[in-house]
Design a protein around this ligand. Structure first.
Ligand SMILES: NC(=O)c1ccc[n+]([C@@H]2O[C@H](COP(=O)([O-])OP(=O)(O)OC[C@H]3O[C@@H](n4cnc5c(N)ncnc54)[C@H](O)[C@@H]3O)[C@@H](O)[C@H]2O)c1
Length: 456
């Protein structure tokens, strides 16, 4: 039996609705907003970056844990409108931060260099805007913004404040596996990249629990914002461009429990050179036919004319992984020519035995260079031999979540542009909004439509 949706008397939900109203009011482009913090210029960070976390639910607490693996920061404040979330976070957080229920009070603190925002999607823009106006550097979780007007509003605001860092929580950009995959694409190692396939399948997916903002359209972009956003960003990165249009089918077909976001989603994005991204999100089956059956749920496939990359960022318990499938062309020898004419190309591939065997993607630590000592070279060869035999797999030196936090603090100190910067985040959010629109309206939605949306 599906659980009943929360009633209008549900206090927590009502609270969320009020917060939504506040956020909506807050994204007017005028800066003269009631309750908005005074405008400040960015504070130059000393060696130690003093930061706060706003929104200490699931993701905020996760970041507080991961900040413990990062040097050079001091957590001075945490904020959540929910007492239980704030209490839990204060037990986890490093540095005994002060707790706040109103983020505006927190932003008024002069000693804070930066804030990390991990609140529900519908609040991202309002809080990010207020933080930037208060002179803080911002790390905001994905999906960066929720509505078309917020895309334009945030771009305009950041243009006025170029010294402030804005980084988005797209952690795959900080993974050595993904960076290596991108280098492989650049070097032509998988030929012309023509297709990507991404999947994030769960069973049973999101269940209906009280106050779950993800299930309601007024607060959430559903599966596209919460899951697809990571993977669309990867397709953009690997193709080196943004989509031209998107089309798709979504439905509330299985979890008829009062939610208003789709519980299954199939999307096709077309890119300017004809490349396609096929992206699938379902809540009824978590089988994954990638990585030789060793994982479930999610992964990305990048397909080129000469090879394929299967890649996943993994979780805290299952490390990131990248496999490379080499796709040789049919061998054209004199003796083979007649045979090839008779046999389909796939048969030739199978007979060479090369088509289906993956090679692990080698990270820089396993690549041999002239600078290696004899011992280090031998160690690398030994490790590579073990990888090839499937005895062990290459592993990143650090969790990409730690790396993204580390690099955020570094950007705050040095002004260095983040890998997942404003434009990466806005393109990603645009893709999320337009994909949902394409499913709602049952049509192709072109990406340049965003330029006309949300403008008066
Ligand atoms: N990068 C990733 O892989 C990843 C993973 C999970 C979640 N996220 C993102 O993190 C964000 C938060 O997700 P979550 O799973 O932690 O949700 P959650 O519901 O567990 O936590 C959100 C918290 O924000 C608090 N909150 C709401 N409005 C607030 C306000 N105005 N001021 C202060 N606190 C407020 C809520 O009380 C709640 O505790 C979402 O945007 C989500 O997409 C990213």
């Amino acid at each position: 039996m599906p659980k009943k949706p929360p009633s209008s008397t549900d206090i927590s939900r009502r609270h969320a609705v009020q917060a939504a109203g506040a956020a909506t009011a807050a994204f007017a482009f005028s800066r003269k907003l009631e309750g908005a913090p005074a405008i400040h210029s960015a504070r130059a960070a000393s060696t130690t970056v003093t930061y706060a976390v706003i929104g200490t639910g699931g993701r905020g607490q996760y970041h507080l844990q991961h900040f413990k693996n990062v040097d050079g920061g001091r957590c001075a404040a945490i904020c959540d409108i929910d007492d239980a979330a704030l209490k839990k976070a204060s037990e986890i957080a490093p540095d005994k931060p002060q707790g706040y229920k109103d983020y505006r009070e927190l932003l008024a603190r002069k000693d804070l260099d930066a804030v990390l925002i991990a609140t529900p999607l519908y609040t991202h823009y309002g809080i990010t805007r207020d933080a930037l106006l208060a002179g803080k550097h911002v790390f905001c979780e994905k999906s960066l913004v929720f509505r078309p007007e917020e895309v334009h509003g945030l771009r305009a605001l950041c243009a006025e404040r170029p010294k402030q860092i804005l980084q988005v929580g797209l952690q795959r950009r900080y993974s050595e596996f993904y960076q290596t995959a991108r280098q492989m694409v650049d070097k032509g190692m998988i030929g012309d990249v023509t297709h990507a396939y991404t999947q994030w399948h769960r069973n049973p997916g999101w269940t209906f629990r009280k106050n779950n903002w993800r299930l309601f359209r007024e607060y959430s972009g559903g599966l596209v914002a919460e899951l697809a956003s990571h993977q669309i960003d990867i397709a953009d990165w690997m193709f080196g461009m943004h989509p031209e249009f998107v089309t798709g089918v979504g439905g509330i077909d299985y979890h008829k429990d009062g939610r208003t976001v789709y519980d299954n989603v199939q999307l096709i994005f077309r890119y300017p050179k004809g490349q396609k991204l096929l992206a699938s999100y379902i809540s009824t089956n978590k089988h994954l036919s990638l990585f030789q059956g060793s994982r479930t749920e999610f992964g990305e496939v990048i397909m080129g004319t000469q090879g394929t990359i299967e890649i996943t960022v993994g979780t805290d318990n299952e490390a990131a992984l990248g496999l490379w499938y080499y796709e040789p062309g049919p061998k054209v020898t004199d003796a083979g020519k007649a045979k090839e004419k008779a046999a389909p190309a796939s048969a030739t591939l199978l007979s060479t035995g090369l088509g289906g065997k993956p090679l692990p993607i080698l990270l820089s630590k396993d690549q041999v260079s002239d600078k290696d000592s004899f011992l280090s070279r031998e160690m690398k060869f030994a490790r590579r031999w073990l990888y090839l035999k499937g005895v062990m797999l290459p592993e990143e030196m650090r969790n990409p979540v730690d790396v993204q936090l580390d690099e955020f603090l570094d950007s705050v100190r040095t002004g260095k542009r983040p890998k997942a910067d404003l434009e990466v985040g806005l393109a990603d959010s645009t893709a999320v909004m337009l994909a949902n629109l394409a499913m709602d309206e049952g049509r192709r939605v072109y990406f340049d439509e965003i330029n006309k949306m949300g403008k008066k």
